[in-house]
Design a protein around this ligand. Sequence first.
Ligand SMILES: [Mg+2]
Length: 247
Amino acid sequence: MVEIIKKYKSSKYKGLMVDLDDTLITSNQVYDKAMKYTSSFVAQKFGLDKEAFYKLVQSKHEIIDHNFPTVHTRHSRILVYRMALDEMAINYDLGILPDIEDMYWEYFLNHVKVYPEVKDTLKKIRQAGVRIAIVSDGDLSLRIRKARKTGLTKLVDQIVASEEVIFEKPFSAIFTLTLSRLKLEPANCIMLGNNYKSDIRGAQLVGIRAGIFNPSTKSNLIGQDGTIVPDFTISRFSDILKELQIV
Ligand SMILES: [Mg+2]
């Protein structure tokens, strides 16, 4: 511990900003399963073909995602299921919509996992006196629920949601709000995320050193062609300790 603190004093980094989905937790692996599970329930309830309804839900999800490209509405599931049910032209009680949404997120929260090394590494970072903020696109309530369910709320100092500043990453407001909450300057922080455009470009635009963690070729195509260059790349979460000059 003394050794860690000694090394930290020579480091200029006093804050870690970290993305939540697919950087700390395995979200992408679970979204689709949650959609399948929930679509199955709805299809069964209304006597619809399960596979066809699931495909319809997927297509509505793509529409919502594209129609609201920079605001947290794009993560809404209630809008997806409303569009899908409306297209089926069946009579349904509107009261079921929030229940479907709750079912989706309950499934997600019960199945999402923290990536290996994340918890131990976050503990070490805070032991070294570095403050940690989760910086995540979406509404604040769900950010906190995701972090709480995976045991992360106690391991970080702040959770900042794009809902608080309207626009999602890479817009700079979420990063500047995080800096003010951490009471730190851009030069004293590092950002770690899995998305070139949102996490890397966004942080770099406000002068924060930014690194990629374990990029998913599926979801983060923009910027992987070399148009966005991360300051560093790590494939093991604990490698962030070196970047923070803790070890
Ligand atoms: Mg992410």
